[in-house]
Design a protein around this ligand. Structure first.
Ligand code: FAD
Length: 181
């Protein structure tokens, strides 16, 4: 899906090459008549990459500080918050959903893959969904499905896989040793 900020461009050090400020005209085109391109999509990159891509030097900020200051989400914070929601939603999905509930959940996941604001993540998700269809027959099945989906992303990012036998402990019941009680 084409988005106005699909093309992150590293600004040139030569100010003349950055001369067409697409934000200046406000009519969807820059002063040279080219299609407007928004500077960069914060939610598409992690904060470090975003700092490298933007023209103005910005100071380093830790994830904790960004959260405390309520800054816009980068791809990492967006992902973390979204997974929290998705796994929790799956855990509280009905044990015996109706046909309509199952239909709506499949639709919800499809729509998520259309509108997820990290566009490269959304593109990966659309690719995954072609071969890895949501299992919506119960809360346990859906939780396992989201766990495996999340693990696909973890593997892609070089992160450790999560043990899916513990997904409901993590997102609904609390750890078996009582840590969360
Ligand atoms: P997260 O991966 O966000 O995990 C949060 C918590 O979930 C962890 O602390 C852990 O307790 C638990 N957890 C971890 N794995 C699982 C699992 N398999 N099942 C259940 N619980 C688990 N980022 C990219 O750079 N490229 C992408 O293509 C990309 N695609 C994404 C697609 C989707 C649908 C989403 C929601 C996010 C995507 N992200 C992507 C973001 C990425 O997955 C992480 O959210 C982000 O890197 C931040 O990671 P984190 O270390 O905070 O932990």
């Amino acid at each position: 899906m084409a988005m106005p900020f699909d093309v992150p461009r590293k600004p040139s050090k030569d100010p003349n090459k950055n001369g067409t400020d697409s934000r200046a005209t406000g009519n969807g085109q820059d002063s040279a008549g080219h299609k407007r391109v928004m500077p960069h999509c914060k939610a598409c990159t992690d904060f470090k990459t975003w700092m490298e891509l933007t023209a103005n030097p910005r100071r380093e900020m830790s994830r904790k500080e960004r959260e405390e200051k309520q800054c816009p989400l980068d791809s990492s914070l967006l992902g973390n918050n979204t997974w929290s929601f998705l796994h929790t939603m799956a855990a509280y999905y009905p044990a015996k959903p109706s046909a309509e509930q199952q239909y709506k959940m499949v639709k919800f996941i499809e729509l998520l893959s259309d509108f997820y604001p990290c566009h490269k993540c959304a593109a990966h998700l659309r690719e995954d969904l072609k071969t890895f269809k949501p299992d919506t027959k119960s809360n346990e099945a859906l939780s396992q499905w989201f766990c495996q989906l999340h693990n696909k992303v973890n593997v892609r990012l070089g992160k450790a896989e999560f043990d899916c036998s513990k997904v409901l402990e993590r997102w609904r019941d609390g750890w078996e040793d009582g840590t969360c009680d």
